[in-house]
Each structure stands twice: as structure tokens, then as C-alpha cells.
Design a protein around this ligand. Sequence first.
Ligand code: NAP
Length: 317
Amino acid sequence: MKEEKKEIKYDVVIIGAGPAGLGAAIYASRSNLSTIVFEKGLVGGQIVQTAEVENYPGFDETVSGYEIVSKMQAQALRFNTKIVQEEVTAISPEGLCKIIETDSGTIYRAKAVIFCAGAHPRKLAVPGEQKFTGRGVSYCATCDGALYRGKKVAVIGGGDSAVEEAIFLTKFAEKVYLIHRRDKLRAVHAIQHRAFQNSKIEYIWDTVVKEIEGDNVLKNLVLYNRVTGNTSNLAVNGVFIYIGIIPHNELIESSVELDSEGFILTDKYRHTNIPGFFAAGDIIHKVLRQVVTAVSDGATAAFSAEKWIEDNLDHFK
Ligand code: NAP
């Protein structure tokens, strides 16, 4: 006889335990909604890799991303959120409920889902990138920066991440080359201003990396200047790649409305086009991706989920 799988019921299922997911969890569980958060990796999301956060309100000194999310996690647990390390493998509707399956084989039933699966770093996709990952190529200055004490490194990109991490790397490296494909940075002015004042950072404008070379470890970047058409070599010990993020939308891309880059479209309530399915954080289409906007999205999504459950109580009886 086929064994029936046990179904575990929650009011709110949150997928992803970064700042958006934890923000949503704090608001949902504090409202007495039974709340579970699934995280397939480490709790905290991308911000865990940031050594110094300057602009998260409430801290008068810089604080690490890890410290911020540790406090959020403790706060969510205090309100009885359950946080489990399971990967969600499928989400499907059943009436107004959502059925969530995870890699543990467990089936969960939720009245509302808040999707906060975040994003991951975009790859350069040039020869040598894969070969030298972990041997000179890195996507995390916080994790690997200290390995380059007194050495020369390059950072690729012109956004907030590239410029902030270039500044961070000057703590260790003797020289940081910031290589950007245009002649203007995309990063916000406050970050640009600090970078331009840092004498250890040298800018290489209008330039892209064509190839990453070395023997056992990375030794050289082959550069191409898009304006002059010249190719040149840059001897460095490490390269940190910060050229944007790709949303983790695989689970929902065929059912939820996305923008042209794959980020989820939500309304101001953080509701997607699917009833009872909300989204928050880096995975949604928005203008500002910060910890503060992620937690704010999470709070809004939890508030909206609570209202949505109340409005549809008859369906859940
Ligand atoms: P981003 O803002 O999308 O910037 C990506 C950068 O990489 C751009 O300068 C882009 O050049 C360049 N780029 C893209 N593809 C490239 C390629 N194939 N080759 C070379 N260069 C390429 O990404 P991000 O800096 O990772 O930031 C992601 C989000 O997090 C943003 O919303 C950002 O504001 C936020 N963030 C905030 C903070 C903070 O406030 N403390 C810190 C980090 C990140 P173009 O400029 O020419 O497009």
C-alpha cells in the first residue's frame, strides 16, 4: 500500500532566509501567524559576504552583514519562527493554498507564501574564470580579501558592490585596479566619493577583461579597451568580480510574472500575479537593492499576507 506523505500546515511559508525573508518572518510570526522559513544554504543571504555595512539604520559604527542578519535571525526565533535548512523543490497551488515540497521529502501546506530567494553574482564568462576560481578569481572580498595582503588585485564592475569592495580591499592589497567597461561609475555618489579619495585605487576605464591567465594561480588579466581597441596585460594576484546579480527564479519562472531580467513583478503590497503568493528582497523588480529595502519589502509582504489570509478565512476552514 502506498504510504501517504504527511502534510505539515503553516499560515505562512517563507522561502529564503536573507534580510527580506527574516524581515518577513519577524512581522509574520509577531502577528501570531505560524511561520516557517526554508533556507537551502546559510542563513543571511548575500549580505553575509559584506564586511562593513555603513548605511543600515540603527548602527552608529560600521557593522558586518553577518552581525546584522544574526540579530534578525535571533529576533525571528524569539517570535517563534521556525527556520529550517531544506531546499524547496516545488510549489504548486491547491485552491487558494500552496503546497510546498522540499528535498527532505516533506510536504507543507501554506495559506500564503513569501518568496525571498534572492540572487547570485553574475559571471564574467571569459576563458580562465572557472579554472582560476578559488585560485585568484573571487566573488567575495570579505571572504578572500585578507589573502591579498601586500599584493595587487583588480575589481571588475562599476556598481555599488564593485566600488565598495574595492575600497574594502585597500585594507589589504598594496594596489587595487578598478576595471570598468564605461568611463563613469554606476555606484551611488557617496560611495564614489570615498573611492576617488582613496589613493590605492587606480581606475582602468572603458575596459573589459578578455581572458584570465596564470599557471597554478592567477597571474595576468588580458584587457581590451573598448574605445581604442587596444589589448594589454595587467599583472595581478587576484581578481574580484562584481558585475551584477542574477535572480534565483528557477522555481517560479513559468508561473509568476517577471521583468525582462527575470526579477519578480509585485504591486505595492508585494503581491505577485498569483493570489496568496508574495515576494520580497533582491528577487523583485525595484530601483534600490539594499538591506533596508529588503527588510522593508519583507515586512510589507508579511503584513499583506496577514491581510490576505484574513480576507480569505472562509476558504481555509
Ligand atoms: P549593479 O548595480 O548591477 O552593477 C553592475 C556593474 O557591473 C555595472 O557597473 C555594470 O556596468 C557592470 N557590468 C555588468 N555586466 C558586465 C560585464 N559583462 N562585464 C563588465 N562589466 C559588467 O550590481 P551590484 O553592484 O552588484 O549591485 C547589485 C544591487 O545591490 C544594486 O541594486 C546595488 O545598489 C545594491 N548594492 C548596494 C550596496 C550598498 O548600498 N551598500 C552595496 C552593494 C550592492 P554598467 O554600469 O556599464 O552597466
